[in-house]
Design a protein around this ligand. Structure first.
Ligand code: HSE
Length: 408
C-alpha cells in the first residue's frame, strides 16, 4: 500500500481526489500497488463528501505520518506551500505540485532539497495544465540544444481574447465566464497582467536552459489594455491577438525572455489556438520546431497531470527522476534588443495632420487602416529596432498612441 496526502481541495485538489478515490482501481493497476489517499489538508468544510473522513486541518498530522510517502501540493501561492513542500521533502516524502508560483520562485532550491533527501519533486501540472511538456523537454528532447520556447501559456487570457474576437464580448464578461469555468486564479490579476504566463515561461526556460530564470527578471505585460477596437483592427490585418511568452538562448549563453500581447498572423499556427487551449513551440537544434497543444487550465486536465506525477513517484519511490536546474544569476536574463514588427494605433482630433505626418514618417507603409470617422490610423510597421520605430512615430502629430508587438 502506498499512502498519499493532498494539500488543498480547491479546483485542482478536488479533481486529484476524485481521480485517486473514484478511479482507484485504475490508478493502482498503473502503479502495480495499491494507492490510497490518507489525508486531505483543507480549512474549509467538506463534511458532505463521501470521503469526508480523510480531511484534516492539521499539517503536522501529515508530516509526522511515516506511512505517507507522496504528497500532492495543490494549494497554490508561496505561503504556506513553500514551507510545507520543503518540510515534506526533508522528511523523505516525494512531492508533486501544480503550483507554478512556487516552482518559478523556488524551483532550484526545492529540486536540490529533493535530491539531497533522495526523493522526487515533480510539477508537470505547473505548466500547460494537461499538456505533457516538462517530461518531453527534460527527457524526449534531451539530445537537443533548445534555442527558443514560444507559447500561449495562460488559458484564462486566451479564453477572454477568444470571446472578444469571436463573440465581440467585453473583457469583464469574458473574465467572469473564465472564473465560473475554474480557469482563472483565485486573484485573476495574475492571469490578466501576465504574471501566470511569466511564471510558466520561467519554469520552461529554467528546465530547458539549465539555470533558474526568476519571474522578476522577465519583462511582463498582460492583456488589460487590449480593447475590442484592437481586436477588430487585428482581425482586419488578418491577425489574432494572443498573450505570447517567449524565452530564447543567446549565443553568449545568456537568456532573453518576455511576456506580452502580440498580433499573431493567421498563417502562424499559434493564431488558431483558441479558448482555454495552450500551445508551446519548442525549437531544438536537432528537431526543429516541436509543438505541444492541449487544455491549459481547468480541474480535470490539471488533475490528470498531478495524478500522473503521483503515479510516477509511486513507481520510483526509491529512484530519482531527471528534473534539475541550477540557481540563477542576476545578469543571466538580458534584453536582446532584437528587431520587431509593431502594431501601432494613433488618434488625433486633427485627422488631416495625422494622415499627412504619418505619410511623411512612414512613406513606404502600405499596411495601414485610416479611419476618418474615429480620427485613427492603425498600422503595422516593417521589422526594425524599436527605438528606430519610435523615433519615426515621434514625428507624427497625434493626440494618443498605443502599440503592441506583432509576430507575423
Ligand atoms: N489560471 C491558469 C490559466 C490556470 O488560466 O492558465 C492554469 O495554470
Amino acid at each position: 500500500m502506498i499512502y498519499t496526502a493532498i494539500l488543498g481541495h480547491g479546483t485542482v485538489g478536488s479533481g486529484v481526489a476524485e481521480i485517486l478515490i473514484k478511479h482507484n482501481k485504475h490508478v493502482s493497476e498503473k502503479v502495480h500497488d495499491d494507492i490510497s489517499v490518507k489525508y486531505i489538508l483543507e480549512l474549509r468544510d467538506f463534511s458532505n463528501l463521501s470521503y469526508a473522513a480523510k480531511f484534516t486541518k492539521d499539517f503536522e498530522k501529515i508530516i509526522n505520518d511515516n506511512d505517507v510517502k507522496i504528497v500532492a501540493e495543490v494549494m497554490g501561492g508561496i505561503s504556506p506551500a513553500y514551507d510545507f513542500v520543503k518540510r515534506c521533502l526533508m522528511s523523505g516524502k516525494s512531492v508533486v505540485s501544480s503550483n507554478k508560483e512556487l516552482v518559478a520562485a523556488k524551483g532550484a532550491e526545492l529540486l536540490e532539497i529533493a535530491a539531497k533527501n533522495n526523493v522526487n519533486f515533480l510539477f508537470e501540472a505547473s505548466v500547460g495544465g494537461g499538456i505533457p511538456i516538462l517530461r518531453p523537454i527534460a527527457q524526449c528532447l534531451a539530445a537537443n540544444d533548445i534555442n527558443t520556447i514560444t507559447g500561449i501559456l495562460n488559458g484564462t487570457t486566451n479564453y477572454i481574447l477568444n470571446k472578444m474576437i469571436v463573440d465581440g464580448m467585453d473583457f469583464a464578461t469574458a473574465l467572469s465566464l473564465a472564473k465560473e469555468k475554474g480557469f482563472a486564479e483565485k486573484d485573476p490579476t495574475a492571469d490578466i497582467e501576465g504574471h501566470d504566463a511569466c511564471r510558466k515561461i520561467c519554469i520552461l526556460a529554467s528546465l530547458a536552459f539549465g539555470k533558474h530564470v526568476y519571474p522578476e527578471q522577465v519583462k511582463t505585460e498582460g492583456i488589460s489594455k487590449v480593447t475590442l477596437e484592437d481586436v477588430s483592427y487585428a482581425d482586419k490585418f488578418n491577425c489574432a491577438i494572443k498573450l505570447i511568452a517567449r524565452a530564447k538562448r543567446l549565443p553568449n549563453g545568456k537568456i532573453c525572455a518576455d511576456v506580452s500581447p502580440r498580433l499573431v498572423g493567421k498563417n502562424n499556427i499559434l493564431s488558431s489556438v483558441d479558448g482555454v487551449f495552450n500551445a508551446i513551440v519548442v525549437r531544438g537544434d536537432a528537431t526543429g520546431d516541436v509543438m505541444f497543444y492541449g487544455k491549459g487550465a481547468g480541474k480535470m486536465p490539471t488533475a490528470s497531470a498531478v495524478v500522473a506525477d503521483i503515479i510516477d513517484c509511486a513507481k520510483h519511490l526509491h529512484a530519482r527522476k531527471y528534473f534539475y536546474w541550477q540557481d540563477g544569476e542576476s545578469d543571466y536574463v538580458v534584453d536582446e534588443n532584437s528587431k520587431e514588427r509593431l502594431y501601432v494605433l494613433l488618434k488625433s482630433s486633427d485627422f488631416k495632420s495625422l494622415v499627412d505626418s504619418f505619410n511623411n514618417a512612414f512613406p513606404e507603409n502600405t499596411w495601414n487602416i485610416k479611419n476618418e470617422y474615429s480620427g485613427e490610423i492603425a498600422f503595422i510597421t516593417d521589422e526594425d529596432f524599436e527605438d528606430k520605430i519610435f523615433a519615426k512615430i515621434k514625428k507624427i502629430k497625434y493626440d494618443s498612441f498605443k502599440y503592441m508587438k506583432a509576430l507575423i
